[in-house]
Design a protein around this ligand. Structure first.
Ligand SMILES: [Ca+2]
Ligand SMILES: [Ca+2]
Length: 392
């Protein structure tokens, strides 16, 4: 297969075979970021998806874990540190009174020593420091707090970020793919409800697909980027976005006028949905902020919304149910015609106020209905059916 080039924000060019690369988009990182959020630039994404108001906190009934498989995070960033997931099996004191976080023992016997905050698969240790910037930016969008006025916005108070570092630009590309697969396994094993993967490549991988299939069996939603190559994915593949699996949501990016970005991949038969992705202000390492553009950012908005939906109901929804709420509540836009399967973009308030015939905010309705309606029946809704037959 013909090698393709990927342009990273640090201008590193990789010739890819089975690579997985974090997607920074057109503009990449805005230099080294700013200590002060730039006015008016943060909010457009949140406003366009109607997530800029504080939601009723009572709607958020439980903690949702989002695995961020990326380049690590700045774990000391003021807007991220409280949002980080903790592995309860690796915190507290061991029988000798030592901190489990640092005792050099795999206290919870999951195969990872001192993985109290996630794991660094590139170095096989618990150092999740982000030297790249991409993962911190993505984590900031998912955690969704508003740095200008210091209120928490809807994306979201109960979300915990499980940080899984898979990417090292100095490693062979096949190694980054291997670490992706390991990170998916870790996320599922350790209880993530959603995996955010703002990365991809042109080569499919059977092992990666199997890992995501396993995630589906374990009710883990996999939100992933359509990619930034200006390609029609109905004609070219891009993975993992293009695997035909019911738990995958593939996301392209729109601008302030709801047009798909010129750099974003699209596909009327293959890409699920659009979300904001141009000049998005979020966190950068060193407690800074900066703008990034691309389908990575759009993907993070969708993961944030999925977390809110999961948190709303009294039981955990299956991935196809969460997708149902996102896709049935989207706002259709003329500008997105021919660009995604749904020709729509996400809207948080619409998704969270959706009652339909099957659920109320307690989840009772959907609990009852789910006993009566089998998955096949719900999947027979036209939208969902289309979603599972992307190549038709
Ligand atoms: Ca462990
Ligand atoms: Ca330990």
């Amino acid at each position: 297969m013909k090698p393709r080039t990927y342009i990273l924000p640090i201008a590193l060019i990789l010739f890819s075979v089975n690579t997985r690369t974090p997607l920074a988009g057109d503009r990449g990182l805005s230099n080294h970021g700013s200590p002060i959020p730039q006015k008016n630039d943060f909010n457009w994404g949140l406003e366009s998806i109607r997530a800029n108001k504080n939601l009723n906190q009572s709607q958020q009934q439980k903690e949702i874990i989002v695995a961020v498989i990326d380049t690590g995070v700045d774990k000391n960033h003021e807007y991220l540190k409280e949002a980080l997931w903790k592995n309860l099996g690796e915190v507290g004191k061991d029988h000798l009174g030592r901190d489990k976080e640092t005792n050099g023992i795999d206290d919870d016997q999951n195969g990872f020593v001192d993985d109290f905050q996630g794991w660094n698969f590139t170095e096989s240790n618990n150092d999740i420091t982000d030297y790249h910037g991409h993962g911190t930016h993505i984590a900031g969008i998912i955690s969704g707090r508003h740095p200008q006025n210091q209120i928490r916005t809807s994306l979201t108070t109960q979300t915990k970020l499980m940080v899984l570092k898979y990417y090292d630009p100095s490693k062979a590309s096949v190694e980054n793919l291997r670490n992706t697969i390991k990170a998916i396994h870790y996320a599922v094993k350790m209880g993530a409800h959603i995996i955010n993967y703002s990365s991809g490549g042109i080569e499919p991988s059977r092992l990666e697909q199997k890992a995501i299939e396993w995630a589906n069996r374990k009710n883990v939603l996999f939100v992933t980027a359509a990619g930034n190559e200006a390609s029609n994915l109905d004609e070219k593949g891009y993975y993992p976005a293009d695997y035909d699996l019911p738990n995958i949501l593939s996301v392209t990016a729109h601008d302030r006028r709801y047009r798909v970005l010129s750099s974003s991949n699209y596909g009327a038969k293959t890409v699920d949905i659009a979300a904001p992705g141009e000049n998005i202000l979020s966190c950068l390492p060193g407690s800074k902020y900066g703008l990034m553009t691309g389908t990575s950012q759009a993907t993070a908005f969708v993961s944030g919304l999925a977390a809110l939906i999961l948190a709303k109901y009294s039981r955990y929804l299956a991935p196809f149910e969460t997708k149902h709420y996102i896709l049935e509540s989207l706002k259709r836009e003329k500008a997105l015609m021919g660009k995604t399967k749904t020709e729509g973009r996400i809207e948080v308030l619409r998704a969270l106020s959706m009652r339909g015939s099957s659920a109320d905010s307690s989840g009772r309705g959907i609990d009852e209905q789910s006993q009566k309606i089998k998955e096949e029946k719900l999947m027979s809704l036209p939208l969902i059916k289309a979603l599972n037959n992307p190549f038709n």
